[in-house]
Design a protein around this ligand. Structure first.
Ligand code: 5GP
Ligand code: ZN
Length: 137
């Protein structure tokens, strides 16, 4: 299903022009309009899913295969030194467009791309609490 007023539905359907670097039956991969680095791209499913929770199992599996295929070619095309593959779910996690997408961010030695967090700590109690809660599921 497509969602009205979803910009990524329109881009994925080709109704709004984009720089498409890969396309198949299920996905369009486009260059990000405000790239974190040269070649930053987004994998968009052609159907509307708000986030990874909603994505079908089949498309979730296929999305990673598309990521692998695209970063393999683009590493050669761009001559980059590494790649971040990431995707945000929910506003608290930094999601701003609520149509599932996976970021493919080429990395260059000593670039100024900032995908970092402050390392924290975890206590034995907290590990046990988490494991106990998982067991309840
Ligand atoms: P999020 O923060 O939701 O994980 O990422 C949204 C991404 O979509 C951002 O990197 C932003 O630059 C990109 N973006 C938003 N609107 C457009 C658009 O109209 N075209 C393209 N190509 N990228 C977009
Ligand atoms: Zn959509």
């Amino acid at each position: 299903m497509k969602k009205d007023n979803c910009i990524f539905c329109k881009i994925a359907a080709g109704e709004i022009p984009s720089t498409t670097i890969y396309e198949d039956q299920d996905f369009r991969v486009i260059l990000d309009i405000e790239p974190a680095s040269k070649g930053h791209a987004l994998i968009l499913p052609k159907e509307h899913y708000a986030n990874l929770y909603e994505l079908s199992d089949e498309l979730a599996a296929k999305a990673l295969l598309v990521a692998k295929k695209v970063i393999t070619v683009m590493t050669d095309v761009l001559g980059c030194d590494g790649y971040n593959v990431l995707q945000n779910n929910g506003e608290a996690a930094g999601q701003t467009v609520f149509h599932f997408h996976m970021h493919l961010i080429p990395r260059y030695q000593d670039d100024n791309v900032n995908i970092k967090w402050n390392p924290g700590t975890i206590s034995e109690e907290l590990k046990e609490e988490i494991l106990a809660k998982i067991k309840e599921k």
